[in-house]
Design a protein around this ligand. Structure first.
Ligand SMILES: Nc1ncnc2c1ncn2[C@@H]1O[C@H](COP(=O)(O)OP(=O)(O)OP(=O)(O)O)[C@@H](O)[C@H]1O
Ligand SMILES: [Mg+2]
Length: 482
C-alpha cells in the first residue's frame, strides 16, 4: 500500500502501518479504525487534526447505521471521503495522498480499487463540508477531486451568460482551450452531454437547475471514457445545488455592497461632522482658556498665583487631550485609507499606536496576503480589530494581546485574544445594549452581513477570545465587489 504522506516516496513507512483487512467484531468499527490508524500514522500534525474530525463524523455514521459490519463499511467510506474533502479545502491534498487514502479504503473493506475510488468520489462530492463553503470554492474542490482521483487531467466549468460563454473555473493546463470552450458550447446548446467534437477524451456533463442546463463541466479524461462519464455526471449532479446557491449569492452581493457602502458613508459623514463641529469648538475653547489665563493672571494675589497657574495648565492639558482624541476619532471614521492603503500596514500602524497609548504588549500576526480581500471585507476586518482593541483598553485590564489574521483557502479568519479579567458575555451584552452600547453587536452585524461567522468566548477570570471568519470570494466576485 502507498504511504499517506505526500513526502514519503517509498512504502517503507507504510509497511509498518499497512492495514490488513480487519475481521469483523460485533459492535466495533474495525474497518474505520484500521483506515484511521493507517492515515494518521504517516501524516503531519496539521493533517492529523482534519483526520480526527473526519473520524468523529464517521463514528456518527457508524452509530446511525446500526453498529453492524455494513455500518462499519459505510463509516470507513465516510471517513476517507470527509478526510479528503477537508484536506482538499485546505489546499494540502495531492494525487499521491489521494491514491494512498483510496487504496487504504479498498484494503480495509476488501473490495476492488475502482469501487473504493468511485464511492469516495460520490461521498466526497456531496460532503456537508462543501455545503458550508462559498459555493464557487466548493465547486472548484469538486473539480479538483476529479484530477486528484486520476479521473481527469484538466477540468473546467463554463456558463452561458446573455449569449456569451465564460469560464467560471478552470484547473489544469489547457482547461480553457479553444476545444474545451467548443465542447462546453456544444453541450450547453444541445442540452446533452454527448461529446461530438474534438478528441474522444474531452468530455462534458451538464449542471442543471430545475431540469434546465445552466453550466457545463468539461474535462480531459483518462480511458475508459464511459467510467469517466459516470464521475462527471456525479460531480455535475452534486454541483447543481451549490451552483443554485452561487446564483442566489450573486443577487444578494449587490444588496450587501450597497448596505456596506451606505454604512461607511454614514460613518464618514460623522467623521466630517466631528471635524467641522466639536473639534473646531474645542480648539476655540483652548484658545479662550489661554486668553482667560493671561487676562486673569494680573488680578490674582501673589500667594495664589502658583495654584491658579497650575489649575489653568491642567485645564489646557485636558482640552489638548480632548482635541487629540476627537481628531483621532474623526480620522478613524474615514474608510478611504482602509481601502487604498495596504491593510497589513494600517493594522501595524494602529497596533503600534495602541501599544504606545496603553502600554499593553500586543502581537499582530498576519499569515497570507490580506490584499486579496474585497473592500467590504477589509473594512469589516479593520473595524472589528479597532473595536476589539478599544474594548480591551476600556474593559479588560489585559497586559498582553494577540491578534491573528489568517488567510485560508476558503475563508479569512481573525482571532483576538486578551489575557484580561474576562466577562460574562450574555449578561454584559444585554446590559451594554440597554445602555445603547453596540460595539460587539456591531462587529457581529458587519461579519454576518458579509456571510461570515462570529463568536466571542469569555468568562470571569478571562481570557477573552473574539473570533470571526469571512468567506473568501473568487477573483470574479472580488472584481464585482470592489
Ligand atoms: N475584552 C474585554 N474584556 C472584558 N470585558 C469586555 C471586553 N470586551 C467587552 N467587554 C464587556 O462587554 C461589554 C460590551 O462591549 P461593547 O463593545 O458592546 O460595548 P461598550 O464597549 O461598553 O460600548 P461601545 O463599544 O458602544 O463604546 C462592555 O461594556 C464590557 O463589559
Ligand atoms: Mg466597545
Amino acid at each position: 500500500m502507498t504511504s499517506f504522506s505526500s513526502t514519503a516516496s517509498g512504502s517503507d513507512l507504510a509497511a509498518d502501518t499497512r492495514p490488513t483487512t480487519p475481521r469483523s467484531t460485533a459492535g466495533a468499527p474495525v474497518r474505520l479504525e484500521a483506515a484511521h490508524s493507517a492515515l494518521l500514522a504517516d501524516s503531519e500534525a496539521r493533517a492529523q487534526a482534519f483526520l480526527k474530525a473526519a473520524h468523529r463524523a464517521a463514528l456518527v455514521t457508524f452509530e446511525g447505521a446500526g453498529r453492524s459490519e455494513a455500518a462499519d463499511r459505510l463509516a470507513a467510506g465516510t471517513y476517507v471521503a470527509t478526510a479528503l474533502v477537508s484536506l482538499a479545502a485546505e489546499g494540502t491534498l495531492d494525487g499521491h495522498r489521494t491514491t494512498a487514502a483510496v487504496e487504504t479504503l479498498a484494503e480495509v473493506r476488501d473490495e476492488p480499487l475502482e469501487a473504493a475510488r468511485f464511492d469516495v468520489h460520490r461521498t466526497a462530492c456531496s460532503s456537508p463540508i462543501l455545503v458550508e463553503m462559498p459555493p464557487l470554492v466548493a465547486c472548484e474542490i469538486q473539480l479538483r477531486l476529479l484530477l486528484l482521483l486520476g479521473v481527469a487531467t484538466e477540468a473546467s466549468l463554463w456558463r452561458s451568460e446573455q449569449g456569451t460563454l465564460e469560464p467560471l473555473l478552470s484547473i489544469g493546463e489547457g482547461s480553457e482551450s479553444r476545444r474545451a470552450r467548443a465542447t462546453a458550447k456544444a453541450a450547453l446548446r444541445r442540452g446533452s452531454s454527448l461529446s461530438l467534437l474534438g478528441p474522444r477524451t474531452l468530455r462534458s456533463a451538464l449542471v442543471r437547475r430545475f431540469g434546465t442546463p445552466c453550466a457545463a463541466i468539461v474535462a480531459r479524461v483518462a480511458e475508459p471514457v464511459a467510467r469517466a462519464d459516470a464521475y462527471l455526471a456525479t460531480t455535475a449532479r452534486a454541483m447543481s445545488s451549490l451552483y443554485e446557491r452561487e446564483l442566489l449569492l450573486e443577487r444578494s452581493a449587490e444588496r450587501e455592497r450597497l448596505l456596506v457602502r451606505a454604512g461607511e458613508q454614514r460613518l464618514m459623514r460623522i467623521g466630517f461632522d466631528l471635524h467641522d463641529g466639536p473639534i473646531q469648538d474645542v480648539l476655540a475653547l483652548g484658545a479662550e482658556v489661554a486668553l482667560l489665563r493671561d487676562q486673569v493672571y494680573p488680578f490674582v494675589a501673589d500667594s495664589h498665583r502658583e495654584r491658579a497657574a497650575g489649575r489653568f495648565d491642567d485645564i489646557l492639558a485636558r482640552v489638548t487631550e480632548l482635541d487629540r482624541q476627537l481628531r483621532e476619532l474623526s480620522r478613524s471614521l474615514e474608510s478611504r485609507s482602509i481601502i487604498t492603503r495596504p491593510l497589513g500596514e494600517i493594522l501595524h500602524r494602529d497596533v503600534d499606536a495602541f501599544v504606545e497609548r496603553t502600554g499593553i504588549e500586543t502581537r499582530l500576526e498576519i499569515r497570507g496576503d490580506p490584499e486579496s480581500l474585497t473592500s467590504a471585507q477589509r473594512i469589516a476586518v479593520y473595524r472589528a480589530i479597532q473595536e476589539s482593541l478599544s474594548n480591551i483598553r476600556e474593559h479588560s485590564g489585559a497586559s498582553t494581546v494577540e491578534i491573528r489574521l489568517r488567510m485560508r483557502r476558503a475563508s479569512i479568519e481573525v482571532r483576538i485574544t486578551d489575557d484580561g479579567h474576562g466577562f460574562e458575555v450574555g449578561r454584559a451584552l444585554a446590559r451594554a445594549a440597554q445602555r445603547g452600547r453596540l460595539g460587539i453587536v456591531g462587529i457581529g452585524e458587519r461579519v454576518r452581513m458579509l456571510g461570515g461567522t462570529f463568536e466571542i468566548d469569555s468568562a470571569p477570570g478571562g481570557p477573552t477570545v473574539l473570533t470571526f471568519a469571512l468567506p473568501r470570494v473568487t477573483p470574479d466576485e472580488r472584481s464585482a465587489s470592489r
